[in-house]
Design a protein around this ligand. Structure first.
Ligand code: ASP
Ligand code: MG
Length: 325
């Protein structure tokens, strides 16, 4: 069965960094796929982007590359069956060859981005293979072909168009697992959106696919006034206005990519910050001030569509009940 409600689910590095967390992610995506059309955005496995940063200025790249390969191979050995592992190992091999070449070439101005992007290119196929193995047909999507950047950052209009065209051609029976953080410039060079950029990717995708909601899954159950792991008594926000969250975040108060909320704010999309360790928790709901207006517009549009597709011009309560799924 397919659903028309589209949700963007973003999983950070800690959510995809171990076999246990991948099992939780699989359960969450399976549950969501039963009631909506999920578009999943993933970060690199926890710690991998930092490792790649060391690779950009390492004198001994082979050591770091081996460490990187080992991390992904070991995780795939724990979670994938032999057939899927074989395919994934080939993916790793291809990516490592490209990475090795990159490391040995002189810097042409694109070297760092090409190296840092590797983490997401490795994580998305792993998550997609695991989900498919667990019965949720999934496909890894390389966002470099969808997210266009220039020297100022993301080219928003073109990116939105590319993502929405891609999404309208995508089978509704497949859950896309999209690489966060990465894009490309008009010449096809790999680019990155800046540290923590997967949240920005998720927001761009949410806007372009017209998501009803964006769930930002992490390992903390919501947004707090301070880091709850460090500050005792830090208070949790149950609700936030998206307008407030956006300005606090732009002032670097939330520790997320500073542009992360802009696309969802413009598209009036609620964000839910949730924990994969405690999915039954409330998390923090971040609601756009203009959400009631969007709901009104959407429901009017749906009613008009309903009126048009049924010959009746007035809809009684009984009729509305009948059309419930
Ligand atoms: N992996 C990238 C980083 O650590 C992007 C992200 O996780 O949002 O910055
Ligand atoms: Mg990360």
């Amino acid at each position: 069965m397919t659903h028309s409600l589209v949700k963007v689910l973003k999983f950070g590095g800690s959510s995809v960094g171990s076999a246990e967390s991948l099992a939780r992610v699989t359960t969450i995506i399976r549950g969501e796929a039963a009631s909506c059309q999920p578009v999943v955005i993933v970060s690199a496995l926890s710690g991998v982007t930092d490792l790649l940063v060391t690779l950009t200025n390492s004198n001994d790249p082979e050591v770091v590359i081996a460490q990187l390969a080992r991390r992904h191979i070991e995780l795939s050995e724990t979670v994938l069956d032999s057939r899927r592992r074989y395919t994934y190992l080939r993916t790793i091999g291809g990516i490592m060859d490209g990475l090795r070449d990159r490391c040995h070439l002189p810097d042409d101005g694109h070297r760092t981005a090409a190296i840092l992007a590797t983490g997401e290119l490795l994580s998305a196929p792993l998550v997609a293979a695991l989900l498919t193995q667990e019965g949720v047909v999934a496909q890894a999507i390389d966002a470099r072909k969808l997210v266009l950047t220039d020297h100022q950052g993301v080219v928003r209009d073109q990116t939105k168009l590319q993502i929405s065209n891609w999404y309208s051609d995508l089978s509704r029976f497949v859950v896309p697992i999209v690489t966060g953080f990465v894009g490309s410039d008009k010449d096809g060079n790999t680019t990155i959106l800046g540290r923590g950029g997967s949240d920005y990717s998720a927001s761009l995708f949410a806007e372009a696919v017209g998501a009803a909601k964006m769930d930002r899954w992490t390992d903390v159950d919501g947004l707090y006034t301070a880091d709850p792991n460090k500050v005792k008594g830090a208070g949790k926000f149950l609700y936030l206005l998206l307008e407030d969250a956006t300005s606090w975040n732009e002032a670097s108060a939330l520790g997320m990519h500073t542009e992360a909320f802009l696309p969802v704010l413009e598209a009036c999309i609620p964000v839910h910050v949730r924990s994969t360790r405690f999915p039954q928790g409330d998390g923090t709901l971040i609601l756009p001030r203009l959400l009631p207006g969007r709901i009104e517009r959407d429901s009017r549009r749906q009613l008009a569509h309903f009126n048009h597709t049924t010959s009746s011009s007035s809809i009684s309560d009984a009729r509305l009940k009948e059309v419930q799924p």
